[in-house]
Design a protein around this ligand. Structure first.
Ligand SMILES: [Zn+2]
Ligand SMILES: [Zn+2]
Length: 384
């Protein structure tokens, strides 16, 4: 006598797929092993309804079943499907994928998100590294070799953690979910269900019977690697570059993590960077400030000639357009180089020089008048 899948789910032979799904959901909640720990009858019932649902929810399998009866699925010779192939946790998941309504509350985050399912694909970890460069490397961009220590996929087992030729099996205790539910009864008889990491598979959902000897079952091996990284033009001190997919190896087919490299730009002896602009203090001699001159400034892009007008004051600023740092987002935008002229005041002055300077200031009525008027004006600001 074959199994009656319709009867197992308590639906009519002409039931719609929605009716089948809702019937299964109701029964699966009732008989799920996590709600009935240790109850063999419930477990058998759960498997029965799950198998029925797996067949009846698939239009092709349902048609085969309608035509041939359950012998098509019982594993006997000539059967179309092998009943042992049913993965009950997968069937259950497919019926409850997405929202679970009240069931979700009962099981907390068990089915709430992919992150709690440890046997699903796990993204590799992000790896952090640092590199130090100088200002010119930051301005023009550069390639750097960095040493990182990261989890690489084990080439012996190809990341499965199992001895080559063997494969990890689904954990029987948790059905591959990595989590189990523990029922606790309080003094007053109320029962609470708590979640816990499966103690058999340690939350991985998989059990490795024979471990890969190279990685001892981890699937990854920590390795020191030299990686060449491209540092973009215009990078600023303390900025972090994210290099996708160059971090730790993913597990269960998950993607690799990212490599995050924080760049430290060594301060330059003369140039100071603010945003995309560079600042440079240029010392000039007293005589150059008074008489004017032409000087050559070494910018990061090469020499530039600057005309100093006669009578240039200390602190005078020159802006050389587009001689600063390229913007890291858009290299076509280049900051400016801002030059500040500082007049050097001589400190060791000979007697002859002192005499000449005194003569110079005696002649220079302009500077005397200006000084006087400045002090007068300053005094004026305190008068009512
Ligand atoms: Zn291995
Ligand atoms: Zn387990």
């Amino acid at each position: 006598m074959g199994k009656d899948y319709y009867k197992s789910l308590g639906v009519e032979k002409n039931a719609s797929s929605d009716e089948i799904k809702s019937a299964y959901r109701k029964l699966a909640k009732k008989y799920h092993p996590d709600v009935n720990p240790g109850d063999k009858n419930a477990e058998a019932k759960f498997k029965e309804v799950s198998e029925a649902y797996a067949v009846l929810s698939d239009p092709q399998k349902r048609a085969t079943y309608d035509h041939l009866g359950s012998s098509a699925f019982d594993g006997s010779q000539g059967s179309a499907y092998n009943a042992a192939d049913f993965d009950f946790s997968e069937i259950f998941k497919s019926a409850f994928g997405g929202g679970f309504g009240g069931f979700e509350d009962l099981f907390g985050d068990f089915f709430g998100g992919s992150s709690s399912r440890n046997n699903s694909a796990v993204r590799g970890s992000n790896v952090f590294a640092q590199v130090q460069i100088d200002l010119l490397e930051a301005i023009f961009g550069c390639k750097k070799i960095i040493n990182v220590s990261l989890d690489c996929m084990c080439d012996n087992c190809r990341g499965t953690g199992a001895k080559p030729g063997t494969f990890p099996e689904n954990c029987r205790k948790c059905g591959g979910s990595g989590r189990i539910h523990i029922q606790r009864q309080s003094m007053f008889g109320s029962i609470s269900i708590q979640m816990s990491t499966c103690n058999v598979c340690n939350g991985t959902g998989k059990v490795i019977r024979e471990k890969c000897q190279k990685c001892r079952g981890a699937g990854t091996i920590r390795q020191e690697k030299k990686l060449e990284i491209d540092i973009p033009k215009g990078i600023a001190n303390d900025q972090t570059i994210r290099i996708s997919n160059k971090g730790g190896a993913g597990k269960n087919g998950g993607p690799n993590g990212d490599l995050l490299v924080t760049v430290y730009v060594k301060p330059h002896k003369y140039f100071i960077r603010k945003g995309d602009d560079l600042y440079l203090d240029v010392p000039i001699e007293f005589i150059q400030a008074v008489l004017g001159d032409e000087i050559e400034i070494q910018t990061v892009y090469g020499p530039e000639k600057i005309k100093i007008k006669p009578g240039t004051q200390s602190g005078t600023v020159f802006t050389l357009k587009n001689k600063g740092v390229p913007n890291v987002q858009n290299n076509r935008i280049i900051g400016n180089l801002i030059l500040k002229l500082n007049v050097h005041v001589p400190t060791n002055v000979s007697d002859r020089q002192k005499k000449l300077l005194k003569e110079f200031f005696a002649d220079n009525s302009d500077s005397k008048d200006k000084k006087k008027s400045f002090f007068d004006m300053l005094k004026d600001t305190f008068k009512n």
